[in-house]
Design a protein around this ligand. Sequence first.
Ligand code: PLP
Length: 456
Amino acid sequence: MSDQTRFMLSDSDLPKFWYNINADSPVPPTPVLHPGTMEPVTPDFLSVLFPMDLILQEISTERYIEIPEEVREIYRLYRPTPLLRARRLEKALDTSAHIYYKYEGASPVGSHKLNTAVAQAYYNKKAGTKALTTETGAGQWGSALALACNFFDLALEVYMVKVSYNQKPYRRIMMETYGAQVYASPTDRTNYGRALLAENSDNPGSLGIAISEAVEAAATSNGAKKYSLGSVLGHVLLHQTVIGEESLKQMDLAGEYPDVVISCVGGGSNFSGIAFPFLRENLKNGRRTRLLAVEPTAAPSLTKGVYTFDYGDTARMAPIVKMHTLGHDFVPASIHAGGLRYHGMAPTLCALYDAGLIEAISVPQKTTFEAAIQFARAEGIIPAPESAHGIRAAINEALDAKAKGEKRVILFNLSGHGNFDMAAYEAYLSGQLEDYEYPAEAVKASLEKLPQVTLS
Ligand SMILES: Cc1ncc(COP(=O)(O)O)c(C=O)c1O
């Protein structure tokens, strides 16, 4: 029996198309609403924030969308990414399961986020945009967009959640190395930031607040700046499907097909990226792969949130979408070290979850870090804390297969490495992390502030 561990594609296997789930999804898309009028948005409203090519991708029903050559040229720096069989982890678990992982941490910035950052920077450049604004939490997304903007000669303003700005200087320095301007959010650069600072000058910030500032900075720039988001939106999910398309070919090289595909979910982009091409095979070619999204118990939007219309940001400036939400004023517990802090989830993914085509679980943080360390000691790569949620679920599946004496083929997406996340690992290793479950009463209280939407 072969003991092949790495399943590598050649440069010529680099995908030429992104896969658009809207072409095959049995559930119709839900409308995107204007945050003021609560009526469906027009492309004109969205064009204040996004270039038209990305807006058209958002509503496209074309099955395959060609990846521009300028984007593929940059993808060639790191794609196709490797797919590995975690033989040493299998051995450590003494499991009958076969565990594979797709390694998106191989990108120059260390995560899958570059797949959409490059595409978004390209379409903005093509539309004549000179500068972008964005938010970032721990800095993975900000550093991806900083590199992409550098490649396409665009200026970039990053609103970085203040606690991360102070606690994680290396990601900030990485963004600055690529040429971005980084500000600790809330800032005094926006009306919203100034109002928050007037109430509390020590406001630690949140992802929802940073999104509001980045949206405001673009919307009030008289067209000088556009806004870019690293997850949640349909076009972001679309750009990430290169992960699943490559994985299908690599599983073929391995001579196996996954029984279950797993990944972590924050806004839903890396999970959708690996899962949607496998969902296509389920929907069109009779495959029956389970697709499992994994979130933290500290921010459990899919498993504990309500499926309803909510604002995309805290200041209620971003469009209203139908999603599983914890409420737009959600602030994660400060003890939570694992990322994945967004209050909502990609609407496309939510609709598929609601239709029962996707499964979801939430996992507590201590057992998540335990899995991350078990993986690091067996396979060598220290995973991003976000990705570790997927690893926890993959190990649980492997142990379940062992208990049942089954051979189960498990594929998970290792969305990034954790080399800049040593503070979180230190907190775990020194026993400072506690499990935290977002309280049901808090969800209930937040949901009282939902927009009152009546669709005609
Ligand atoms: C390494 C990594 N994985 C996963 C995520 C979650 O985002 P998404 O659900 O959009 O993939 C993030 C988000 O910051 C990340 O940095």
